[in-house]
Write a protein that binds this ligand. Structure first.
Ligand SMILES: Nc1ncnc2c1ncn2[C@@H]1O[C@H](COP(=O)(O)OP(=O)(O)OP(=O)(O)O)[C@@H](O)[C@H]1O
Ligand SMILES: [Mg+2]
Length: 224
C-alpha cells in the first residue's frame, strides 16, 4: 500500500534528511517508525502525505506514485489519510468539536454527517465532555486527543501519528499509544513515529522501522 523505492530527500538548504530508503507497508499494518531526534521520522511522514517530494527515487501511496505537489493524485491520497501532526495544528479560538469538524472540510460528505462523525470521534477518544471547550484551554494530552479525534473522524484508511506521546508522563503516553492502536483494523493502517521506544509494549504483530541519520538501520515484524 505504501512503497518507498530508493528514496533520498534533500531539503532546499541541502540538508539530506533521507538516504536510499526502501520499504513496503501493507494494508492493516501497525508500524512504528523509531529513531532519535533529527533521524528523519517526520520527513518520512511528509513524503507519505505528499508534503515533500523525493529528490531521488519514488514514493507510492495507495498504489499511486507521488510525483508533484499540489496534484489531484495527492489530494486523493490525502482524503484517505488521518494525520496527527507533531505540533497538532489545532485552530485556536475554536472548540474541540469545531476543530474536528474542520478536519473533514475537504471530504465529500454532508455537514450533518460531519457533525455526527465528529461527535462520535470525540467520544472514542474520551473527550465528549470537552466538546465545547476552546482548544487553547486544554491540557497537552487533551489537545493530543482532539488531534487524534480530528484524524479518525475522517474515517481514514491510513492514520499517521507523528511523535504522539510528546512529553506526556508514562501512563498517559501508553494510553495515547493504546488509543491509536485501537483504530487499526484490516482496512486501516496505523503508522506511529516515536523516539520513546520504552513505551512500546510487547507487540506481537507490529512492524518496526528503525531510522538513524536518514538511513533505515533495521526493519522487522515481531513474527519473523
Ligand atoms: N524543511 C526543512 N529544511 C531543512 N532541513 C530540514 C527541514 N525539515 C527537516 N530538516 C532536517 O532534516 C533532518 C530530519 O528531520 P526530521 O524532522 O525528519 O527528524 P525527526 O526524526 O522527525 O526528528 P524529531 O524526533 O526531533 O521530530 C534534520 O536534520 C532536520 O534538521
Ligand atoms: Mg519529527
Amino acid at each position: 500500500m505504501i512503497e518507498f523505492k530508493e528514496v533520498s530527500l534533500i531539503y532546499p538548504d541541502k540538508t539530506q534528511a533521507l538516504y536510499d530508503v526502501n520499504l513496503c507497508i501493507g494494508q492493516g499494518e501497525l508500524v512504528y517508525i523509531t529513531g532519535p531526534s533529527g533521524a528523519g521520522k517526520t520527513s518520512m511522514l511528509k513524503l507519505i502525505m505528499g508534503m515533500e517530494i523525493p529528490t531521488v527515487g519514488s514514493v507510492s501511496v495507495f498504489d499511486k506514485k507521488v510525483r508533484h505537489s499540489g496534484t489531484r493524485t495527492i489530494r486523493r491520497i490525502r482524503r484517505k489519510i488521518g494525520p496527527v501532526f507533531q505540533e497538532f495544528k489545532l485552530i485556536k479560538g475554536r472548540t474541540s468539536l469545531e476543530n474536528v469538524i474542520m478536519g473533514m472540510r475537504f471530504l465529500k460528505i454532508t455537514p450533518k454527517q460531519m457533525k455526527l462523525q465528529a461527535h462520535e470521534a470525540l467520544e472514542k477518544v474520551g473527550l465528549a465532555h470537552k466538546k465545547y471547550s476552546k482548544v487553547e484551554n486544554l491540557s497537552w494530552g487533551e489537545a493530543q486527543r482532539v488531534a487524534i479525534a480530528r484524524a479518525v473522524a475522517r474515517k481514514p484508511s491510513l492514520i499517521l501519528a507523528d511523535e504522539p506521546t510528546g512529553n506526556l508522563d508514562y501512563d498517559n503516553a501508553v494510553n495515547i499509544l493504546e488509543l491509536l492502536k485501537s483504530f487499526r483494523n484490516d482496512n486501516t493502517t496505523v503508522i506511529i513515529t516515536t523516539h520513546a521506544t520504552h513505551l512500546i509494549k510487547d507487540e506481537k504483530d507490529a512492524t518496526f522501522i528503525r531510522i538513524n541519520n536518514g538511513r533505515v538501520t533495521a526493519e522487522r515484524g515481531w513474527t519473523e
